[in-house]
Design a protein around this ligand. Structure first.
Ligand code: IMP
Length: 203
C-alpha cells in the first residue's frame, strides 16, 4: 500500500530550477508548497550507487533527514540496448569535460559505440526516470517512468537538452529536440514518473 502524502510542504531535492518549477506546477492543485534544495542550502550528496533508484534514494533520504520534510528526488538517464544498457547512471558522466558538460561529445560517443557493436546492432534505447519520495522517518516510495525510442544520426533539432537531438520516441518520426516542450512532457520518462507519483501519493 503506497503511503499518502499528508503534509503541506514538500522538499524537492534538486538544484535544477526547471525541474523544480515543473513539479511545483503539477503539485499546486493538491495544496502543496514546493521548497527547493537550493533555498534550504542543502549539500549535494555523492551519487555512489550503480542504479537510478539507488542514487535517487541517496538524494531523497539525505534531504529528508537534513530538513525534517518529506523529500522528493529524481535520477534519470538513457539506456542503449546495443551497449547493454550503457551509459545508464553514467549518462551525465559521458558529457563531462574539464570545461563543463559537452553533450555533442556524449552523443558522438553513443553513436560511435553503437556502430562499433556491428551492423546488426539495434538502435533502440530508453530514457528512464526514477522518483523517490522519502519521509523523515525513513520510509520511502519509488516511482518509475520510461520513454522507449530509437537513436538517429545525424542529430536533429534545436530544442530540449542532453541527448534529445538523437532520440526519436517510439511511434513518432521527430526527435525530442524537434518537439514542443509540453508535447514531450506528456510522453517523457519524467512526465510519466511524476504522473505515477501523483497518482500514488495524492490519489
Ligand atoms: P540527472 O538525472 O539530472 O542527473 O540527468 C542525467 C542525465 O540524463 C542528464 O545529464 C541528461 O543528459 C540525461 N537526460 C535525462 N533526461 C533527459 C531528457 O529528457 N532528454 C535528454 N537527456 C536527458
Amino acid at each position: 500500500m503506497t503511503r499518502k502524502f499528508e503534509g503541506d510542504r514538500i522538499l524537492v531535492a534538486t538544484h535544477n530550477k526547471g525541474k523544480l518549477l515543473e513539479i511545483a506546477d503539477i503539485l499546486a492543485p493538491h495544496g502543496v508548497t514546493v521548497v527547493g534544495a537550493g533555498e534550504m542550502k542543502l549539500p549535494e550528496p555523492e551519487e555512489t550507487e550503480d542504479t537510478f533508484v539507488g542514487n535517487a534514494r541517496i538524494k531523497a533520504h539525505a534531504a529528508a533527514k537534513a530538513t525534517g520534510l518529506p523529500a522528493l528526488a529524481d535520477d534519470s538517464g538513457i539506456t542503449i540496448d546495443a551497449l547493454n544498457g550503457a551509459p545508464g547512471v553514467y549518462t551525465a558522466d559521458w558529457a563531462e569535460t574539464p570545461d563543463g558538460r559537452d553533450f555533442m561529445m556524449a552523443m558522438n560517443r553513443a553513436n560511435d559505440e553503437i556502430k562499433a557493436a556491428g551492423p546488426d546492432a539495434p538502435r533502440t534505447a530508453q530514457f528512464r526516470c526514477t522518483l523517490v519520495l522519502a519521509w523523515p522517518d525513513g520510509h520511502d516510495e519509488v516511482f518509475e517512468g520510461v520513454m522507449p525510442g530509437s537513436l538517429t544520426w545525424p542529430i536533429r533539432g534545436e530544442g530540449g537538452f542532453g541527448y534529445d537531438p538523437m532520440f526519436i520516441p517510439e511511434g513518432l518520426d521527430i526527435t525530442c529536440a524537434e518537439m514542443e516542450k509540453a508535447e514531450k512532457n506528456k510522453i517523457s520518462h519524467r512526465g510519466r514518473a511524476v504522473t505515477a507519483f501523483v497518482a500514488g501519493c495524492f490519489g
